[in-house]
Design a protein. Structure first.
Length: 511
């Protein structure tokens, strides 16, 4: 049967505007002075269409894909790794077969062909591997890249052009003395997720940018396995947010001004930053400010706030006092900076040329809100070192009755992070859709992070704190088996992931 949807898919399959090839393979790159670092890396080629659809990266990151809304794209993936892999286009609304679900993972020497039409609006997206149980290790060793969607109207909206924008892919890594990447070293790494002691931006340490004194569009991307950043300017100028995970904010929402922004793993945020407002020749840093972590290790250290961490919950008081500062210092020395530690992300040197004013920004109108006729609930829990979604863990093909969403209709999907004593913050991600955050309630979003949560706009990943309930509005438009999971990559690999199915409601009303 030919529906409009599979007609479109058939067209995309037969006549792509762009044909790209991405190959994942081992490589070596220079991350910081000293020896080269062995990494895994995507490299790419344009086989047909615009040569500017791929922008190579200067380090281990894959090439940046520059796609246009409405474009029909074919991407040929080649796996030259020693392990199975598959690419997921994070945030992109693509057909089921192009989503990079782990059941599509291909072995060494094999490949996979993706066909999709770029449906998402202008924004900042990502691609990364998604083989079950191996995602954390493969991303950590270098497999990730940016995917930017552009629209012709962006200039008319008054946004700085591509020549005045910068993308910062932020990752933390632990580098040994010989610059080898160190992945998991201890049990804690599975529980907290792997945290590094060195911040890399676009794959290099101590990143610095030279900017002219004018407005710039900054795309801030957290591609870290587990680290949450509290991003701020070192000179305390407020951050002007123009876009969140899945596209620009609407005219109705306007620019959101925040003292800092919280960016959880695989969230993105776009800023309009006027470097012309600073003294010519001055230097400003993008930093991650200290916060009392919502993670488990911090609970053990007695920094966990009201929710407590593992030991806090077990011993009724947190271990900070028991362990004392000396012990805590020793633990930190072993672990590197914990969740919530102050870090420098990147430096910006403002040029001395004459200041240029920006255009007036006219954000696009808001799409109509859907009527939500369906409800879904998911309870998050963490116990025995593993995450659970409604008491369940990942099974490759399994989807429960309460994991089905009606196609082309609004669903209110409520996530509650209250399923156990070992609660911690989880960055939750849903494949194949973009959603709105309707409401946060019931929890204790830490006071020192609250102001930096940007729930406006459309998102595909959101952070949920211990004790919190977050209600989302979602309208699936692609039928098939997709997934939802924690995007702390060690939690995801540990099974805090489930399938969900988007399907047309049968006439009887049963979904
Ligand atoms: Cu998690």
């Amino acid at each position: 049967m030919w529906t409009r949807r599979n007609m479109l898919q058939a067209l995309a399959a037969t006549a792509p505007d762009l044909v790209l090839r991405l190959t994942a393979a081992p490589d070596t790159v220079r991350i910081r002075p000293g020896g080269e670092t062995a990494v895994l890396r995507y490299t790419g080629q344009v086989l047909r269409g615009r040569a500017d659809a791929l922008r190579p990266s200067a380090s281990y990151l894959g090439p940046t894909l520059e796609l246009r809304r409405g474009e029909r794209v074919r991407i040929e993936f080649r796996n030259r790794l020693a392990d199975p892999s598959i690419i997921h286009w994070h945030g992109m609304i693509v057909p089921e077969a192009a989503d990079g679900h782990p059941r599509f993972a291909v072995g060494p020497g094999d490949g996979y062909v993706y066909d999709f039409t770029v449906e998402n609006p202008a924004g900042t997206y990502l691609y990364h591997p998604h083989p079950h149980g191996l995602t954390g290790a493969q991303v950590y060793r270098g497999l990730a890249g940016l995917l930017i969607v552009r629209e012709a109207q962006e200039r008319a909206w008054g946004l700085p052009g591509p020549e005045h924008e910068l993308s910062l892919v932020i990752q933390d890594r632990r580098l040994a003395g010989d610059n080898r990447l160190e992945f998991k070293r201890m049990m804690m790494d599975d529980m907290n997720g792997v945290l590094g002691d060195t911040v890399l931006v676009n794959g290099v340490a101590a990143a610095a940018f030279r900017v002219s004194p004018r407005p710039w569009r900054l795309r801030l991307v957290n591609a870290s396995n587990a680290r949450i950043y509290k991003l701020a300017w070192s000179d305390d100028r407020p951050m002007r947010v123009i876009g969140t995970g899945n596209g620009l904010l609407s005219a109705a929402e306007g620019i959101q001004t925040r003292p800092y922004v919280v960016l959880a793993p695989f969230e993105r945020i776009e800023l309009l930053e006027d470097f012309g407002a600073r003294r010519p020749g001055s230097e400003v840093a993008l930093v991650s400010r200290e916060f009392a972590g919502p993670g488990m290790m911090d609970g053990m250290m007695g920094r966990g706030g009201s929710s407590g961490g593992m030991m806090g919950g077990m011993m009724g008081g947190g271990m900070g006092g028991m362990m004392g500062r000396g012990m805590e210092g020793m633990m930190r020395g072993m672990m590197g900076p914990g969740q919530g530690e102050a870090l420098t992300v990147a430096r910006f040197d403002v040029g001395t040329q004459a200041r240029t004013a920006g255009e007036e920004l006219r954000l696009p109108p808001a799409p109509r809100s859907p009527r939500e006729g369906h409800e879904l609930h998911t309870r998050l829990a963490f116990r025995h070192m593993r995450g659970f979604l409604d008491g369940r863990r990942f099974e490759m093909e399994a989807v429960a009755d309460d994991e089905r969403l009606p196609l082309d209709e609004g669903t209110v999907w409520t996530f509650a992070n209250d399923g156990g004593p070992m609660s911690m913050a989880h960055p939750m991600h849903i494949h194949g859709v973009r959603f709105r955050v309707l409401e946060r309630s019931g929890g204790d979003a830490p006071a020192d992070l609250r102001e930096g949560l940007v729930d406006a706009g459309f998102k595909d990943t959101f952070l949920i704190f211990p004790g919190e309930r977050v209600r989302l509005s979602v309208v699936p438009t692609e039928p098939g088996l997709f997934m939802y999971h924690c995007h702390n990559l060690e939690h995801e690999d540990g099974g805090m992931m489930r399938n969900c199915r988007f399907e047309a409601r049968s006439p009887a009303g049963r979904t």
